[in-house]
Design a protein around this ligand. Structure first.
Ligand SMILES: Cc1ncc(COP(=O)(O)O)c(C=O)c1O
Length: 436
């Protein structure tokens, strides 16, 4: 492997100009060793660094790149769209097409509003839910991430089922107190909170497959309970499927489980690697939005023709090449290749997978379903494992709590090689001292 001096030099310079050297915190490698390689270009499964090092990428931009980097169909669509104008601030066909493509895959959605990020989608959906119900309270779960929306940068207060406290400086007490934060996988606390506050709850928001604190697969009965309680108390159920929406074969986790929310929030895959978010649901809710209704939400670049062209091309390509089935095959191959390695290792790792989303869960026993059950040693061991894998040319997300994403550009050969390098890397990592 060549020296990484160029990246190190650029990293030093970046500190002068960008806060922490990055445009988004997790990229700073603060939870792992070393400095982040600067990316010069990316193609298929590969990231090419400024140092001339090639990495196999399992981050895939944290989810959007389901086809891999720079797929020709998407690049071509963006180029063609750019030649026709980069922003119209007026209605255009791309909006209709992407809306139809999304609706076909998630029939619960009658109407959709495009925005520019997942955060914006969530923020707007929460406002809409409050506007529709005339209520203030929001229920969320510990371990779910919904973007950097003020009312969702909130963590549990003292005791279960109490009002939240800000988890970021700059979020006011007033905002935080309108959010109740609950543990995942706890029916009793969920029932209790609706019993106490049901009449004031505007919405309950959840990632139905929480994928931001590892991959915390939920019991379908727990999600069904959310649906029942929202129905019983007149609150809106929001499924935040920014990661899972259109990444999973069934279109959404809501579709897969036959549990439909009132509102979906989407992003990532629907933008094919360009900045897009969206929220949608039945017209009876969506028509509360301006210009039809009293809930205001707008955007200079919303429905951007380049971003939507990328999303449309990506979804069409995925369908054309039977992408979801191929991703499932790759996922199964990942399991076949990784499990023997994990079982032989001294470290108590296990693989949690749903389709093309995977997580190396650290700790003995059953894989956790809630954030506070993730082993406290996870981040310590992962720091070294990440470094070892990076040295061997594998780009894993720089945090023990981030999932990995398979893309259609990953090949069976790469997965086999990944497994054998993982075996070597695990052997290089010192096991945690047992705590007494
Ligand atoms: C479930 C979920 N919701 C919302 C967001 C925020 O999306 P964005 O980063 O596009 O603002 C994310 C981002 O990772 C996410 O995973």
């Amino acid at each position: 492997m060549t020296a990484k001096e160029t990246s190190q030099q650029l990293w030093k310079e970046a500190q002068q100009h960008l806060v922490g050297g990055v445009s988004s915190p997790v990229r700073s490698f603060s939870a792992v060793r070393g400095t982040p390689p600067f990316v010069q270009r990316a193609e298929g499964p590969y990231l090419h660094s400024e140092d001339g090092v090639v990495y196999v990428d399992f981050i895939n931009s944290f989810g959007p790149l389901i086809l891999g980097h720079a797929p020709p169909a998407v690049v071509d669509a963006i180029q063609k769209a750019a030649a026709l104008g980069t922003s119209f601030a007026a209605p255009h066909r791309g909006e209709l097409t992407l809306a139809q493509e999304v609706k076909r895959r998630i029939p619960r959605i009658d109407k959709i509003r495009f925005v520019n990020s997942g955060t914006e989608a969530v923020q707007s959906a929460v406002r809409l839910a409050r506007g529709c119900t005339g209520r203030d309270l929001l229920v969320k779960f510990q371990g779910c991430y919904h973007g950097h929306v003020d009312s969702l940068l909130v963590e549990a207060g003292s005791g279960l089922a109490t009002f939240g406290v800000a988890s970021s400086a700059g979020v006011t007490e007033g905002v935080a107190k309108d959010t109740i934060v609950l543990p995942l996988d706890d029916d009793e606390v969920l029932n209790q909170v609706f019993k106490e506050h049901g009449e004031k709850i505007a919405a309950l928001i959840v990632e139905p497959l929480p994928a931001n604190n590892g991959l915390l697969v939920q019991r379908p009965e727990f999600l069904a309970l959310m649906r029942n309680l929202c129905d019983a108390w007149g609150a809106l159920l929001i499924f935040d499927e920014v990661i899972t929406g259109l990444r999973v074969k069934e279109g959404s986790i809501g579709n897969a489980l036959g549990i439909q929310p009132d509102l979906y929030t989407l992003g990532k895959v629907i933008g094919g690697g360009l900045p897009v978010g969206a929220y949608g649901g039945p017209a009876k809710w969506m028509d509360h939005l301006s210009p039809l209704g009293p809930v205001y939400q707008a955007g200079t670049l919303s429905g951007n023709p380049l971003a939507l062209a990328a999303g449309i091309a990506s979804l069409k390509e995925l369908e054309r090449c039977n992408g979801h089935d191929r991703l499932e095959e790759l996922g199964q191959l990942l399991e076949t290749a990784l499990w023997p390695v994990l079982e032989k290792s001294e470290h108590p790792y296990q693989l949690v997978r749903h389709g093309s989303i995977f997580w190396l869960a650290y700790g003995p026993g059953a894989a956790p379903r809630r954030a506070d059950r993730i082993h406290e040693g996870a981040s310590i061991v992962f720091r070294d494992l990440h470094y070892q894998m990076l040295e061997r040319g594998w780009m894993l997300a720089p945090s023990a709590y981030e999932v990995g994403f398979l893309s259609l550009s990953h090949t069976p050969e790469l997965i086999e090689r990944f497994a054998s390098d993982l075996a070597i890397s695990l052997a290089e990592v010192r096991p945690l001292e047992p705590t007494v």
